[in-house]
Design a protein around this ligand. Structure first.
Ligand code: DP6
Length: 358
């Protein structure tokens, strides 16, 4: 499917005013997206678990206006007008306008809240951009009752991607692939597709996020992705990611936890290795990140556990484990890992089923 298919081909009778609301989850990549080209297209395919509790709720109120020269919107985070978000949203509107040609006809009020604490160091771009994309597309769907559920999900992911790449993986659950991959039928660089083929053990997998560093991101993901241009190991990395995805698919279907751990931890460390070897170079892990990783490895060995970790482009650690180990792993976290967290903070999440209209 090409981009053009997301440009509405008919004229709709648009509503004069109204309000829609969506809640959309965050996701955690098992095979990482790091490196992009063109307009938000990934250099390799990635796969993620959709999360359940870390989410953004967005309410979009819209009202037709008299002039159609400019975009017109206001954004509120937790009830407070947040002008600092406006440039990012304006850029997003500019990118998606061709696919949502009615944008300039309205004044929008965007009210948004995250379920996770502000400046927790948890990326809100995946849940935030997907929630906004869903709300805007819902407006179009109100005017086009023939739009199928399948098309709605595809276009929502397509639009979310134009806001933030990883947001393309936050529309559906429980496992989503974004990026063309020979082993995933219907996969595309343009949008994420739900991947059916998850062993029961992963359907309720746990993700406890340890907040090691709640500060501002040292490197924005846009700058980070840019560092993959002219990176000495870029081609090898994109190849490795596609191969890891190939290896992970049968593992996700069979529930082979040994292999799962191996691939997921290798992906996390490869992502950080890319940052350590770029120009300029960065170390985004903190000493406490390494302390936690070592403790997880010790615990896994001494308790014959299947706990493992993954990382995003920061110092926080996602601790992944099967539900049947929940009690034991949470005890381990409380007794041995919270000392490495800022203000002893951590968030308990698990695999979820995707965004919901509310
Ligand atoms: C490390 O989706 O935040 O979390 O497309 O520039 O918004 P932009 O980047 P973003 O990159 C996320 C990268 C990652 C890995 C992943 O989620 O796959």
């Amino acid at each position: 499917m090409q981009e053009q298919q997301f440009i509405p081909s008919k004229k709709f009778q648009l509503p004069k005013e109204g309000r829609v609301a969506w809640e959309s989850p965050s996701n955690i990549a098992l095979v990482k997206y790091w490196g992009k080209y063109g307009e938000q297209l990934p250099k390799n395919a990635s796969i993620s678990f959709t999360l359940s509790h870390c989410k953004t709720t967005t309410q979009l109120s819209f009202e037709k206006k008299d002039t159609i020269e400019n975009f017109s919107f206001e954004i509120y985070l937790d009830g407070k007008r947040t002008e600092s978000f406006e440039p990012k949203i304006k850029k997003f509107f500019e990118r998606v306008e061709v696919y949502l040609p009615f944008l300039k006809q309205y004044h929008f009020k965007i009210e948004t809240q995250n379920s996770f604490p502000h400046s927790s160091g948890i990326a809100s771009s995946a849940s935030g951009m997907s929630a906004l994309a869903l709300c805007l597309l819902q407006l179009e769907r109100q005017a086009d009752s023939a739009m199928t559920e399948e098309f709605f999900n595809k276009k929502a992911s397509f639009l979310a991607r134009l806001g933030s790449g990883s947001a393309a993986r936050s529309i559906q659950g429980n496992l989503v692939v974004w990026g063309k991959h020979k082993s995933v039928k219907n996969s595309s660089n343009l949008y994420g597709v739900a991947y059916d083929g998850l062993h029961d053990i992963f359907k309720e997998y746990q993700d406890t996020i340890l907040l090691v560093d709640r500060g501002e991101k040292q490197v924005s993901s846009t700058v980070g992705h840019d560092l993959m241009h002219n990176h000495p190991f870029a081609d090898q990395r994109f190849k490795q990611a596609n191969e890891n995805l190939e290896k992970l698919l049968p593992v996700l279907a069979s529930g082979n936890l040994e292999e799962f751990i191996h691939i997921v931890e290798q992906e996390a460390l490869s992502l950080h290795a890319m940052m350590m070897t770029s120009h300029p170079y960065f170390i985004l892990m903190k000493p406490n990140t390494l302390q936690i990783i070592n403790k997880i490895w010790e615990f896994r060995k001494s308790h014959n556990s299947k706990v493992c970790f993954t990382l995003d482009a920061g110092a926080n650690v996602h601790v992944l484990y099967p539900k049947k180990e929940k009690e034991q792993v949470l005890d381990f976290i409380k007794n041995q890992l919270v000392v490495y967290c800022q203000k002893a903070m951590y968030l308990c999440d698990e695999v979820g089923s995707g965004a919901k209209s509310i």
